[in-house]
Design a binder for this molecule. Structure first.
Ligand SMILES: [Zn+2]
Length: 351
């Protein structure tokens, strides 16, 4: 077996029996985060190669003790990585006597030679929330995040329950602190997040533009804005999917809507949408001026060509922000505009 840490692999085998290797050859990527909640934190971008053995401390027979190939090594931040072992069966190594016994049975490991791995593929990279995030429903009624959402016509408890919105109290990213966090999941896995500024100064004014203040701060490095369709897990349960620009448009429209984080539908997003809605119906709902842009025309052509009368492009009435329109009105508007194009919109879940 060719593994990144042959010494550790050999010792695990000797002490605990057969070893399974996962994420073979992949480099662990993590960095020490600031003490944002009073404890040293390590933020993992990718787990890297790890070894699975039967946990000797519980009745595990499914190789549920995970040991990173970097176990016992010194991280570039200077930290010894003795915590990179975990029993997924009963969390046995949270007990210090078990941890000590594990260390004893392996013997001194921190000078073992470790091969360099390869960078994990982008899909395998892990994303975590920006810091201490409190569910909106756990906050006092007068909390500014709740008051702000209510002022925009949203129910913070519904947004918390259905979309997992939280408030970030402190973060290693200054642009995420004191903002509303909108997590982006796909197949139940966190792929990224956006941090929404609380409040609405005149975003188009010169003063705001030069101040560097941004409406949405996106999780760095995650590339979710070009790869993911927001709310896709819920959207895919519907007969008709409605593609909108931003997360708040989704909150406004309802769970059959998904957003592409802007006005461009990327190649990856098109494919994703087509894979689910190719045999159902799909509506693209954007600002009128977007339809003049080459990228939008390309997107419309892509779906028209493949879906024919199962795809409609709907222009919002000029000068309106979808966020300002009420849900029933929007649904009816989309149904009527699509019908004019010979497309039958069905707001029902797929059986
Ligand atoms: Zn265990």
């Amino acid at each position: 077996v060719k593994v990144l840490n042959p010494v550790l692999y050999g010792r695990l085998r000797k002490a605990f029996g057969p070893v399974r290797v996962s994420n073979e050859g992949q480099e662990l990527s993590a960095r020490n985060a600031a003490l944002y909640d009073g404890r040293p934190h390590m933020v993992f971008r990718s787990k890297g190669e790890y070894y699975q053995v039967n946990c000797p401390f519980c009745a595990d027979t499914k190789h549920r003790l995970y040991v990173s190939y970097m176990y016992g090594q010194t991280h570039k931040s200077g930290r010894r990585l003795y915590f990179l072992v975990f029993c997924f069966n009963e969390n046995c190594l949270s007990r210090s006597d078990n941890l000590e016994e594990f260390e004893d049975r392996l013997g001194d490991i921190n000078h073992a030679f470790v091969h360099r791995g390869t960078e994990a593929p982008a899909e395998a990279k892990e994303v975590s929330l920006p810091g201490v995030c409190l569910p909106l429903s756990d906050l006092p009624a007068r909390h500014r995040s709740r008051v702000y959402l209510e002022s925009r016509g949203f129910d913070p408890d519904v947004l918390c329950r259905r979309f997992g919105l939280s408030y970030c109290e402190s973060s290693r990213y200054s642009q995420a602190s004191n903002r509303i966090i909108i997590p982006v999941y796909e197949a139940g896995v966190l792929k990224g997040w956006q941090a929404r500024y609380i409040g609405d100064p005149d975003w188009k004014s010169a003063a705001v533009k030069t101040s560097g203040l941004i409406k949405y701060y996106s999780c760095p490095g995650a590339q979710f804005r070009s790869r993911c369709v927001y709310n896709f897990d819920a959207m895919r349960e519907w007969q008709t999917g409605v593609v909108v620009e931003g997360p708040t448009d989704v909150f406004r429209f309802g769970s059959m809507a998904g957003c592409v984080f802007g006005n461009t539908v990327t190649e990856a997003q098109r494919r994703k949408l087509y894979s689910v809605f190719g045999l159902r119906t799909l509506v693209l709902m954007l600002d009128p001026e977007e339809f003049e842009k080459p990228r939008t025309r390309e997107t419309v052509a892509f779906f028209r060509q493949r879906m024919g009368a199962s795809f409609a492009a709907v222009r919002l009435p000029a000068g309106t922000d979808p966020g300002s329109l009420d849900r029933d009105w929007q649904k009816e508007y989309v149904r009527a505009r699509a019908a004019e194009q010979g497309v039958r919109v069905v707001y029902k879940k797929v059986q």
